[in-house]
Design a protein around this ligand. Structure first.
Ligand code: ADP
Ligand code: MG
Length: 321
């Protein structure tokens, strides 16, 4: 049994456009623990929004498993889906226009999800005031979205998403349209909500500086998780100069963050682009399994002298039972 609040196993999403099939997610594995703040990064088109839309119950997977807070997203009927979207997850989008209704005041915007869920007026007002206080916009309650700044609108978007007390907050590039200082303030607010309320947050961002402040960063490449970066708890012991660690993907300082390549259940991994560019594999590698590590060599290079580093690297391969 896993205690994870989000579990994706071999998640596949295929979009059909006319006669074409676009594979947006191709066997993605992911686990997120309760109270964790996770950032997803990756180039445009890598599948980040597709994943968030599935986690948010807006889209269903084509294959694979996806469980969020015990809800099986591949098997929900429409009623369950509505309940899930209303109470279990909150969603914040990049475009503030998608998050708030322009003709409603900030307070009414925060009341709306509660109104749709049948919450009584007095409780709606109480919750709206509480959230306005949390986002630092108590005195702006009666203003319209057009009368506040873009950063403030995203704060309201977060409050709207939290109105019905979801367990998980999903934010798809919530700072994408903001300058870097305002973006930093939004991230601080999310971090505070994560720490004070124990809220689980999955955030998509393309900004490494923002990603540096979360617990864990997962890079998505071609619809699959490729690397994971976590903040180091202890300072780094010095790395031998002939080795280089794979910190090129997210480009966070290796003194403070540790990046690793993810290996899925069946052993698939994506080598960092840097490794592919530097070492001419031409599509295949010879595998040397040592007692405590594995080496990948371009085919044929082992014949020409073998491993240059580590005399014990060519120990006989152990037979699998
Ligand atoms: P990201 O958010 O990382 O930029 P997306 O999840 O939006 O990536 O897209 C992943 C891939 O799926 C892209 O190739 C994109 O063109 C395709 N895609 C996304 N949504 C749709 C859709 N509704 N119909 C068809 N193709 C889509
Ligand atoms: Mg996107």
């Amino acid at each position: 049994m896993t205690s994870a609040v989000i579990v994706c196993e071999n998640l596949v999403k295929i979009y059909k456009v006319a006669d074409l099939e676009v594979v947006a997610l191709q066997g993605l594995d992911l686990e997120v623990q309760p109270g964790e703040m996770l950032a997803l990064v990756g180039v445009s088109g890598s599948g980040k929004t597709t994943l968030l839309n599935i986690l948010g119950g807006l889209d269903s997977p084509s294959a694979g498993r996806c469980l969020v807070a015990g809800y099986d997203l591949a098997r929900m009927n429409e009623r369950q889906r509505l309940f899930y979207r209303r109470f279990v997850v909150g969603h914040v989008w990049q475009q503030s226009g998608r998050n708030v209704l322009p003709e409603l005041s900030l307070q009414e915007n925060i009341e709306l999800p509660q109104l749709l869920s049948g919450v009584a007026r007095r409780e709606r007002l109480r919750r709206a005031r509480e959230l306005l206080h949390l986002i630092g916009l108590e005195t702006a309650a009666q203003r319209l979205p057009a009368q506040i700044s873009g950063g403030e609108q995203q704060r309201v978007a977060i409050a709207v998403a939290l109105a019905n007390r979801p367990q998980v907050l999903l934010a798809d590039e919530p700072t994408g349209e903001l300058d870097s200082q305002t973006a930093g303030e939004i991230l601080q607010l999310l971090r505070c909500l994560n720490q004070e309320l124990g809220l689980t947050i999955v955030l998509v961002t393309h900004d490494p500086a923002l990603a540096a402040n979360v617990d864990r960063v997962i890079a998505i490449r071609d619809g699959r998780t490729s690397t994971e970066t976590v903040r180091r708890e202890a300072p780094l012991p010095s790395i031998p100069s002939h080795l280089s660690t794979a910190s090129a993907v997210i480009a966070l300082p290796s003194k403070t963050h540790r990046e690793s390549v993810l290996i899925d259940r069946v052993g698939r991994l994506q080598l960092p682009k840097e490794a592919l560019e530097r070492i001419p594999f031409h599509g295949r590698a010879e595998v040397v399994i040592a007692s405590d590590h594995v080496e990948l060599w371009p085919v044929g290079s082992l014949l020409n002298g073998g491993p240059a580093v580590g005399a014990n690297s060519c120990e006989p391969r152990e037979e699998q039972p």
